[in-house]
Design a protein around this ligand. Structure first.
Ligand code: GLP
Length: 244
């Protein structure tokens, strides 16, 4: 495990983009696990810049997103489908048929989740998984609980997540109460994991993940058992760490 602490969120984004770029240069047909939320936006901006200058080519890459809200129209501006279009996919040359995002409107969510895990396996598995972290330590939408869930599944969002994510919606009532998320097992199977955390409101989750016992109450703590994980933090997110 490696932890890098940078002065600013912009630097975290640039460093993360460099690691993703290195992966793509080494393996143009990489399978990328992608994340939403405000944390990866500087990373996506940097990747788009690298693509525009001709440094990067996404034409052979495949992507699998971590999660999506249940019951939200994919065109709704707060859907993760729309987020990915806005911040990354519409600016680069990834092939639409190589892009995968969980379907939060599937009639049978359990069957769709199983199918999602199966397509990840069929693609050869995720080479590099990008993650943010919730204030409550969630990764994807794997909320605090008494166990880790292995596969892609439907989740009931916790009050703290609804509260944290209401900033993207018109009101707290508009935030969906459920989501579909890649499970911890699927995330842990990625060959390489990059976790981004920026801002003081992530400091407790980062400390719990890095310096407390591995526990499903702080789901990101499981990442410490992954053989190739890099935490990319800004000073604010690292501010509660005792061992720097
Ligand atoms: C959301 C997403 C996560 C993301 C987290 C943090 O709920 N499901 O994948 O990592 O919240 O979001 P942000 O980066 O906006 O703080």
């Amino acid at each position: 495990m490696q932890t890098h602490i940078f002065s600013t969120a912009a630097q975290v984004g640039q460093a993360t983009a460099m690691l993703i770029a290195a992966q793509l240069l080494r393996k143009p047909d990489s399978v990328l696990g992608l994340a939403t939320g405000s944390s990866p936006i500087p990373t996506y901006e940097t990747l788009v810049g690298m693509y525009r200058t001709g440094l990067l080519d996404f034409s052979k890459a495949t992507s699998f997103n971590l999660d999506e809200y249940v019951g939200i129209d994919p065109h709704h501006p707060c859907s993760y489908h729309a987020f990915m279009q806005e911040h990354l996919f519409s600016h680069i040359n990834i092939k639409p048929e190589n892009v995968h995002i969980p379907d939060g409107n599937a009639e049978d969510l359990t069957a769709a989740a199983k199918k999602y895990d199966a397509s990840i396996l069929a693609s050869g598995g995720i080479d590099l998984q990008l993650l943010g972290i919730g204030r409550n330590g969630h990764i994807g939408f794997n909320e605090p609980g008494d166990h880790f869930v292995y596969g892609c599944h439907k989740v009931s969002l916790s009050e703290s997540t609804i509260e944290a994510n209401k900033r993207f919606f018109d009101s707290v009532d508009a935030v969906p109460r459920h989501a579909v998320s890649l499970g911890i097992g699927s995330i842990m199977q990625a060959r390489q994991v990059l976790l981004i955390a920026t801002g003081e409101d992530k400091a407790e989750a980062v400390r719990r993940a890095l310096e407390e016992d591995v526990s499903p109450q702080w789901q990101a703590s499981i990442l410490r058992t992954h053989p190739d994980v890099v935490f990319l933090l800004d000073e604010a997110a690292a501010s509660q760490l005792k061992h720097r």
